[in-house]
Design a binder for this molecule. Structure first.
Ligand SMILES: [Zn+2]
Length: 228
């Protein structure tokens, strides 16, 4: 059961198309897992349509329609089908159980970044950076081994986390697949994976994380930030 959702402001910005793409990626993946937020998103879109209907018509250039059609034709994006999303067969044959049932938009990112390269951050934590073409955000998978404890850390910028497989806990609670979390700078936390299985999360980070304490002094120089 999903207990943590993007707040209304984030969903409104997502509907308006004003969220940074990297953050909207995490929101879109959450929407594929969460019927409640999908419904809210549809209501926002409906409201947006009504606002457009009520607004005064604006003059556009005579070739605007031609340009729009050319952009649609050249786009790789496929519209999301209505209703519950179907699970897509992965392009990449993968025996990794954590990567087998991903929201479609995350699956595409995996396909585009295959083979994934996992870097060991600590004995309990591995990370794989995902190229997403973003200048100011780093998109990555983090996986914590079963029962693994990560280092306590803070954030210098906002971090958005979507749990994809397994569960983890911190001082504030336990987070399960589909849960969407936003950590602001100054929120120190220490995720610990539950004992039943490893935990895989998608994270979108605005600025590098900072490990606190003596361990932080030792490892911070190695936690390089690589947006893109
Ligand atoms: Zn939700």
């Amino acid at each position: 059961m999903i207990r943590h959702h993007p707040d209304n402001d984030i969903l409104l910005e997502y509907s308006a198309g004003t969220l940074p793409w990297a953050v909207s990626l995490a929101v879109s993946a959450h929407l594929q897992l969460c019927p409640q937020c999908r419904q809210q998103h549809q209501q926002h879109n409906h409201l947006g349509g009504e606002l457009l209907d009520d607004s005064d018509p604006q003059q556009v250039s005579s070739d605007a329609l031609q340009h729009l059609m050319a952009r649609i034709d050249s786009s790789d994006e496929r519209p999301e089908p209505a209703g519950k999303p179907q699970e897509q067969p992965p392009k990449v044959r993968c025996s990794d159980p954590a990567l087998r049932r991903l929201p479609r938009i995350v699956r595409k990112l995996v396909d585009d970044n295959w083979p994934l390269r996992w870097n060991r951050v600590s004995p309990a934590l591995k990370m794989s950076r995902l190229q997403s073409g973003q200048d100011h955000y780093e998109v990555a998978f983090h996986r914590i081994c079963r029962g693994g404890k990560t280092a306590e850390h803070d954030h210098r910028g906002q971090e958005v986390v979507l749990v994809l497989y397994g569960s983890f806990s911190d001082a504030d609670g336990v987070y399960a697949p589909g849960d969407f979390l936003v950590r602001e700078p100054g929120e120190v936390h220490r995720p610990i994976a539950t004992q039943d299985r490893e935990c895989l999360c998608l994270s979108v980070v605005e600025a590098p994380v900072a490990v606190t304490g003596l361990l932080g002094w030792l490892v911070n120089p190695f936690l390089s930030f690589k947006p893109g």
